[in-house]
Design a protein around this ligand. Structure first.
Ligand code: ANZ
Ligand code: ZN
Length: 857
């Protein structure tokens, strides 16, 4: 592109050099200015480098922070590296290089690319989750989880030899999702439609001892405290649904013959229900195939062979397949077994069926075919009685051939007849409680968090297993427990991590008894380091994370910094402490897991008095993704990947920055469009060539001043709301007006440059320098509106009556549709035509037309 005088590469090189030597304002702990802590999700430094999706997040946040600095804020806009994880490990295995080396190389590439793009991060505060100086504290937090429990809603310390109190970090035999290809246990959220999120292989179940974090102990607070934050509604809803709180009852059915007769003591089935009011309509009970009771009573099940075959078959199905409403329900009746309904002592049949899941509620349900769709379908298929016990409140009970699932009035329920479902749930449960057959309970869809990975490239879990003493936690003084140097990163086939093969690292003496012991060889998931990184940035002025060797508690040492940056509004830790990162921007895909995990860690740290706020983030927004030009997700296999480097080389960094802001509504998906890129290139080129020929004088036209002040107003508001696409279009409109001027004052032109600078900092700095070489643009303040020019713009609207134009009216450009309608109907000319007639409808085409349709008589 040499057919013009916008030599972007020369301009960019020049400014990159200047900024490297003399960067703009940096975040400063305890500064008196108002502060803005702006967090953008830190990247996983993969070998592929920066992609356009990154630029969507960084570009908008960078623009926003540039504006905030100009508005006088002490802005903290840090970046770092979320660098543990499988891709790096796999890359290291394949290319026979060390993961540390691969990570360091990738980080260097990322940082270079970010600086190339002009992202003005607080690079000096960067943190790296794989740095032992950093993960020392990730491990420290893990130890605190291990050493604490939540009892009666309070955080308590758990003694080393206490084996009963439920610790927040604990080991459990879990049927885990196992990817046979990656040889790794996956969290539920890493299983997408039954397949491994990373490699797409079918996931199978495997029983393995795993470290778990008891996130369920915080489930209620994770819902309740959403009231104190300002997230997009869809993000709040996603969190609430993911936690999936369900209030109901546990009900106990004795079974016959009692299992105790065969030498077992377990002689009942406990079910979880949200509809205790339907208990009189329960005509059978269902056990999940994995339910342990089946094994206990198998000698009394006369058709056990048949049941066993069914149970074996279930193992091949995913939870999703099992619960799919459209799928045919299957099951086997357990012959010889009866359950007794505690409310009326009726004997009913017991089935095993895979539509009941083992890991939700109690793994057993009371089936009420008249009022539950799944049970209805099952009962029809197996000829089980269907007994109606709930009648619709306001219509006659319709005998239609489906379950009535709503709330209603209880019938066929003895003394409870006439009671509403709402009351009935309580009354039935109270009654059961009084006879020892049930109680109120709450269930969550949220599962405890599987925190073990059988891989090398993660934080080692700082635990020792002693033959005599059992599980022993390492002393905080001995942290970090660093990863050993190894030659081979392949996971072992047994499913253990590669660390298990390194005897010299694994074999240790027990810190308690001095006897033979072994280190834990599982490592943490890559969600660990990202659960507290925003705290690390706040504490990392002058690289302090590198210097905590003698610190017992970094959070206590840096309490002042945390309070400053998290904006803790209350001096004491009271029940409600607001504050947190001012704004957190990131991908839509992280609105459940990462957000939930880090909120959980933060609440735990709050309970430990390590952080001053209940919530980590005051405000969360999310950006959409950029699709390929073909409208599909960018992917190597589709050949539609856009590399920001290539575009920058051809059109300049400012074009990439401005185009990505202009591509579409910020929180939605948009497809890449090369014509759009060229359009932005022409726009910047026109600005620059126009600037070169600009006639500066000491007077502005009124037209210009009005447009200029409207633009200051609009751009400031749009930036604040992350409407980045309309920021760009407003700047385009202003440029059109500037181009029409015979002359313009330098002052006005400088305001235009200031508004351009967050989006296209290179071009803006170059033009600024030509007008004012005294003071750097980075030291300038954001333009103020001169209100006297903010008179409303007028537009002309056409009014039609029954398809014919009857009037033209002039209105404010910002008018709402309803106001417009009203004014049109009041127009005298219009009133003449509609007098005495009936209006069928009034159609408004915003900013253009009002069309009134009359009834034809
Ligand atoms: C009896 C009943 C009658 C039910 C009725 C519903 C309607 P949520 O809201 O999702 O918590 N259920 C309980 N445990 C289950 C399991 N492990 N697998 C499959 N289904 C299970 O759903 C709670 C309802 O889901 C419970 O209430 C139970 O069916 C079923 F007219 O109990 B209900
Ligand atoms: Zn020991």
């Amino acid at each position: 592109m040499s057919d013009n005088n916008y030599n972007f590469s020369e301009i960019e090189d020049r400014w990159r050099k200047i900024w490297a030597e003399k960067p703009g304002q940096r975040a400063k702990d305890f500064d008196q200015k108002p502060k803005h802590y702006h967090l953008i999700e830190f990247p996983y430094p993969s070998g592929a480098g920066l992609h356009v999706g990154h630029c969507m997040g960084y570009g908008a946040s960078d623009a926003y922070c540039r504006m905030k600095r100009m508005q006088g804020y002490n802005v903290l806009f840090p970046i770092g590296w979320d660098a543990f994880g499988l891709p790096t490990e796999n890359y290291a295995i394949k290319n026979k290089i060390k993961p540390e080396k691969a990570t360091a190389d990738n980080i260097a590439t990322f940082e270079r690319q970010m600086k190339m793009m002009g992202y003005d991060f607080d690079y000096a505060r960067q943190v790296n989750t794989t740095d032992p100086k950093y993960y020392k504290w990730t491990q420290w937090i893990f130890l605190q989880f291990y050493k604490h429990a939540v009892v009666d809603g309070k955080l308590v310390e758990v003694a080393d030899d206490d084996k009963t109190t439920p610790r927040l970090a604990f080991q459990a035999e879990m049927p885990i999702n196992w990817c046979p290809s990656c040889k790794i246990g996956l969290a539920n959220e890493e299983v997408i439609a039954g397949k491994c999120e990373r490699c797409g292989t079918e996931v199978v179940k495997k029983i393995q001892k795993q470290w778990m974090l008891r996130i369920t102990a915080y489930a209620d607070r994770l819902i309740k405290d959403l009231d104190t934050v300002n997230y997009l509604d869809k993000i709040k809803t996603a969190q609430v649904n993911w936690i999936g709180k369900s209030t109901g009852s546990n009900i106990v059915f004795r079974i016959h013959p009692p299992a105790g007769e065969a030498g077992n003591t377990d002689n009942s089935i406990e079910v979880f229900t949200t509809r205790a009011d339907t208990l009189f309509g329960c005509t059978y009970v269902v056990l999940a195939p994995e339910h342990p009771l089946i094994q206990n009573i198998k000698s009394q099940i006369s058709n056990y062979k048949q049941a066993e075959e069914y149970i074996e078959n279930t193992k091949k199905k995913s939870d999703l397949e099992r619960t799919d409403l459209a799928k045919d329900k299957t099951g086997v009746k357990l012959e010889g077994i009866k359950a007794i309904n505690p409310i009326n002592n009726e004997e009913i049949d017991v089935y095993v069926a895979d539509y009941v899941l083992a890991n939700y509620g109690t793994g057993a349900v009371m089936a009420v075919p008249a009022h539950d769709e799944r049970d209805f379908e099952f009962a029809k298929k197996y000829n089980i009685p269907i007994k109606e016990v709930i009648q619709p409140k306001n219509s006659e009970s319709d005998m239609s051939d489906k379950a009535f699932c709503d709330y209603g009035i209880m019938i066929n329920s003895s003394e409870f007849n006439g009671v509403t479902s709402e009351d009935g749930k309580n009354k039935i449960t109270e009654k059961l409680k009084s006879i020892g057959s049930g109680d109120f309970t709450i269930n969550y869809k949220l599962r405890d968090w599987i925190f073990s990975r059988q891989h090398y490239w993660g934080e080692p879990i700082p635990i020792i297993h002693c033959e005599k003493c059992g599980i022993i936690s390492m002393s905080e003084k001995d942290l970090p427990l660093t990863l050993p140097d190894v030659e081979n990163y392949e996971p072992t086939n047994s499913g253990q991590s590669p660390l298990a093969n390194i005897d010299s690292w694994v074999t240790v003496k027990c810190p308690k008894c001095g006897g033979d012991a072994k280190r834990e060889t599982d490592t943490m998931p890559n969600w660990a380091g990202s659960s507290w990184y925003f705290l690390a940035y706040a504490m990392n002025q002058d690289n302090r994370i590198q210097n905590t060797d003698n610190s017992e508690n970094i959070f206590k040492d840096r309490a002042g910094e945390l309070k400053y940056w998290l904006n803790a509004s209350l001096p004491s830790r009271s029940s409600k402490s607001e504050g947190g990162v001012d704004l957190y921007n990131g991908g839509n895909e992280h609105t459940t897991l990462h957000l939930l995990y880090s909120r959980f860690w933060h609440k735990f740290l709050f309970d430990l008095e390590c952080v001053p706020t209940l919530e980590p983030y005051q405000k969360r927004i999310a950006h959409g993704i950029i699709l390929g030009a073909d409208g599909r997700k960018m992917s190597k296999s589709f050949g539609n990947v856009i590399n920001p480097d290539d575009i920058a080389k051809k059109f300049g960094v400012d074009v990439v920055r401005a185009y990505i802001m202009f591509i579409g509504p910020y929180d939605q998906e948009s497809a890449w469009n090369m014509a759009g890129v060229q359009g932005i290139y022409r726009f910047l080129n026109r600005i620059y060539t126009g600037f070169d020929k600009m006639n500066f004088s000491d007077e502005d036209s009124k037209e210009l001043l009005v447009k200029l002040n409207q633009t200051i107003d609009g751009v400031s508001q749009d930036m604040e709301a992350f409407r980045m696409n309309t920021v760009v279009s407003k700047l385009m409109e202003l440029n059109n007006v500037i181009e029409k001027q015979k002359s313009i004052t330098k002052e006005s032109y400088k305001i235009f440059i200031k508004m351009l600078s967050p989006i296209v900092p290179f071009l803006a700095s170059e033009m600024w320098d030509k007008l004012d070489s005294e003071k750097s643009l980075l030291e300038e303040s954001w333009p103020e509106i001169d209100k006297k020019y903010l008179i409303a713009e007028k537009i002309e609207i056409v009014v039609q009556v029954s398809g014919k134009v009857r009037d033209h009216i002039e209105v404010d450009a910002g008018i709402s549709d309803d106001e417009l309608k009203e004014i049109a109907l009041e127009s005298e000319k219009v009133r003449e035509y509609i007098k005495g007639k009936e209006i069928i409808k009034t159609i408004v085409v915003p900013k253009k037309l009002v069309s009134i349709v009359l009834k034809i008589v």
